[in-house]
Design a protein around this ligand. Structure first.
Ligand code: ARG
Ligand code: GLU
Length: 734
């Protein structure tokens, strides 16, 4: 029996090899177009036939329905920027470790370090409440274009149109939410060619159930971030609680586990190249239709600027974090956030250059201009677009660069950013008339909250160094007229030492460096308090920056953007007329989308071939390299040595992650990856570096989303954490 198994294994392995090769060759010959993020309610109309031809076994109604439970009822917008999904009838949800990171950190101290050690609730009463965490279900989607544009005609200008859109939208929102606990949003698609109404139900009591130690959940850290091959166990578990009627309620010990309309069954059947996959979640922002000038601005100016500023900031964080554990915990989440953008923008820029996206867009724009010139009707309708883009972007790029410089350099000084939040409180006392004390005290209450969370993770020496390095760049790179004279006049002729002295003096001398004082003033919330803030040097510098930037950068940018929106709306309308066989999908805008594709490795560069999956063996291999981001927990090594894999074993190891061609973006973190039957096979957590330009330009050859193989999560929960009671809640299909 044993021998036979080995022999069989060998020959099936060989067969699998050649199959893999064949499919790789085939999939390179026929690159399937899996680009696109689709609106769930329109799948029935636009995508279902294509999806089924690619292997999907269910119906459009199974994906999204307002009449019966459907997969959408198992998906939540998790917190502000992630996705999560229900995996048990008792409200258990899975999302990424990096999505739960802030929450896990907030429960962690040096003595009780859940970031390092992991956390597992062994019973429901050990699950940890999180006052600021919510999850949101989507109830329905409706095309409301006509209602939103009611009262508008083509002869009106853009400002009037915006006003009409805003008024109609809020009336529509009121009509569906008044007297209910629902919330709603009207979102533009295709730059306002269409409008969709989304109605939501938000749950307020979401508790932490489990998180692996960072050595699993963040394995590979920033070294592997945005890269394949990947071995990150990037998951964490939460549970939604509801009142006894299954309705949303603020945290209460009396709340009970939420009973979902639908939860995802989990498949152990495994993942083969070319298998159909689908990602269902909340991608944040993409810019598929921007012009050559906009791409050029990103490639030549914006990304290089952001990359270099963040590099400097990360070096500062690092230098303090390696020597001080308290600082390491305080800055863990901030560091991850700063590093994440930094690395993505490098990959994005490389990809755009490699694909020659600027040139490709220029060609498209020329084709469009030619197409327009072919008929008087088109000239009348679209003739202005291409020349006007060129004019607008000439102004836009400089302003955009300034806004990036302001945000990434000036506003990266934490205390300057923090002080900025006090301006609405201060201005309450500077209206010229009597201050509205009720409003002021309301503002103060939320500032007290903000103050507490600011100080929990603030370390002044880091901020001082950031102050020096970032403001040095700011004062040398920003046009003179954009520099607050409180800064410019002060620092001219400064040497390094002067800069440090200045930073010390500013930060240490500020009321914003003393939480006790701050909270004292905020508690009084009176004229005296406003006076103290107003005369503070950090506050004065921050508000001078604010007024300069809002007058000279943000307000002109807003104007240009509003005209750009208008142009893009017409441009897209024209493109849709011109490119009749192209399938258009709206840019991501944090609304629920479906992306579908197939499992596939890729060729990252000449002579290199990446397979579609990774395993526990790779974790152990990386662990031996002695790199600080590759630390394997002892318990995991033990499980590996004893091959104690239980039912999660596949071919003598445990699968860890896989790549597929689904078109995803930031916000898709934590999204379920489903097979042809709508069963959960993975949790999306990243994209590959070679493909990070997919927010702007999707390349089917190298754009891949990276998913945690659900079997690795189950293995960790079961064998590593000994939390098999959680597995018992799930529906697992062998
Ligand atoms: N790149 C992934 C995303 O954009 C993961 C980020 C968290 N991980 C990290 N090492 N910073 O969110
Ligand atoms: N990690 C990303 C997120 O937080 C997902 C990766 C991506 O941008 O595709 O949403």
């Amino acid at each position: 029996m044993k021998l036979k198994k080995i022999v069989n294994n060998k020959s099936t392995k060989l067969m699998k090899r050649s199959l893999l090769l064949l499919t790789l060759v085939l999939s390179i010959l026929f690159v399937r177009a899996d680009e696109g993020m689709w609106i769930p309610s329109l799948i029935a109309k636009y995508n279902i036939a294509d999806m089924q031809s690619k292997g999907f076994k269910l119906t459009a109604e199974d994906i999204y329905s307002i009449n019966q439970p459907s997969i959408k009822d198992a998906i939540v917008h998790f917190g502000r920027g992630c996705t999560g999904e229900l995996i048990s009838p008792d409200g258990l949800i899975i999302t990424n470790h990096h999505c739960g990171y802030g929450v896990i950190q907030s429960h962690s101290t040096v003595e009780n370090d859940y970031l390092s050690d992991g956390f597992w609730a062994m019973s429901r009463n050990e699950e940890l409440p999180n006052p600021n965490l919510t999850v949101t279900f989507l109830k329905s989607i409706e095309d409301v274009t006509e209602k939103v544009l009611k009262g508008y005609n083509d002869s009106m200008d853009e400002a009037t149109r915006s006003q009409i859109v805003a008024d109609n939208s809020s009336a529509i929102i009121d009509s569906v939410t008044n007297g209910t606990h629902y919330t709603a949003r009207v979102a533009p698609m295709f730059y306002g060619n269409q409008y969709f109404l989304f109605v939501f139900e938000k749950y307020l009591d979401v508790r932490l159930v489990g998180a692996p130690p960072s050595d699993i959940g963040k394995f590979g850290g920033d070294t592997d971030n945005w890269m394949w091959p990947r071995h990150t166990g990037d998951f964490s578990l939460f549970r939604i609680y509801a009142d006894k009627d299954n309705k949303p309620a603020a945290y209460s010990p009396d709340n009970v586990p939420y009973k979902p309309k639908h939860f995802l069954p989990i498949s152990l059947k495994g993942i083969q190249p070319n298998d159909f996959t689908m990602v269902y979640g909340y991608p944040g922002t993409t810019q598929q239709y921007i012009t050559s000038q906009a791409v050029k601005n990103i490639v030549d100016e914006v990304n290089p600027l952001r990359i270099s500023l963040r590099e400097t900031r990360l070096d500062i964080f690092d230098s303090y974090m390696v020597t001080n554990d308290t600082v390491r915990i305080k800055y863990a989440s901030k560091h991850a956030g700063v590093a994440n953008g930094w690395k993505k923008w490098i990959g994005e820029r490389n990809g755009l250059i490699r694909l020659k996206t600027v040139e490709e867009k220029q060609t498209l724009e020329q084709q469009f201009a030619e197409w327009v010139s072919q008929s008087p009707d088109r000239k009348e309708k679209y003739g202005h677009i291409i020349p006007r883009f060129a004019e607008l972007y000439a102004q836009y790029s400089a302003l955009n660069n300034a806004s990036i410089l302001g945000w990434e350099a000036f506003r990266s000084v934490e205390m300057l950013r923090f002080a900025g939040y006090f301006s609405s409180f201060v201005s309450e006392f500077n209206t010229g008339g009597e201050p509205d004390l009720a409003k002021a005290s309301e503002r103060a209450t939320s500032l007290i909250e903000r103050t507490r969370s600011f100080y929990k993770d603030y370390y002044l020496p880091i901020d001082r160094d950031v102050f020096v390095q970032m403001l040095k760049v700011f004062t040398s790179a920003a046009p003179q007229e954009l520099q607050p004279n409180l800064l410019r006049d002060k620092v001219s002729g400064f040497n390094e030492k002067d800069w440090y002295n200045f930073a010390e003096e500013m930060l240490n001398g500020s009321v914003f460096s003393d939480s006790t004082k701050l909270i004292y003033y905020l508690t009084n919330a009176d004229t005296k308090a406003a006076q103290v803030f107003k005369n503070d040097a950090v506050f004065m510098l921050s508000s001078q920056y604010d007024s300069i930037f809002s007058a000279n950068v943000y307000s002109p940018l807003r104007e240009i953007n509003s005209e750009l929106d208008l142009l893009y709306r017409s441009y897209l309308g024209g493109l849709m007329e011109m490119q009749t066989d192209r399938k258009f999908y709206p840019d991501a805008n944090s609304t629920l989308r479906v992306a579908y594709g197939h499992v596939a490795g890729y060729l990252p560069r000449d002579g290199v071939e990446y397979s579609h999956f990774t395993t526990l063996d790779g974790i152990i291999e990386k662990g031996k390299m002695g790199v600080y981001d590759y630390v394997v927990p002892e318990k995991l090594t033990e499980l590996y040595n004893s091959k104690n894999y239980g039912r999660w074993e596949v071919n003598g190891t445990v699968p860890v992650a896989f790549v597929a061609t689904n078109h995803t973006s930031g916000g898709n973190s934590g999204s379920p990856v489903l097979n042809a039957e709508g069963q959960l096979i993975g949790v999306n957590f990243d994209r590959v570096w070679e493909g990070t330009m997919s927010d702007i330009k999707f390349d089917p050859k190298v754009c891949r989303n990276i998913s945690l193989d659900i079997r690795y999560a189950l293995f960790v929960i079961d064998k590593f954490a000994g939390a098999s009671h959680l597995i018992d809640e799930m529906t697992i299909i062998e």
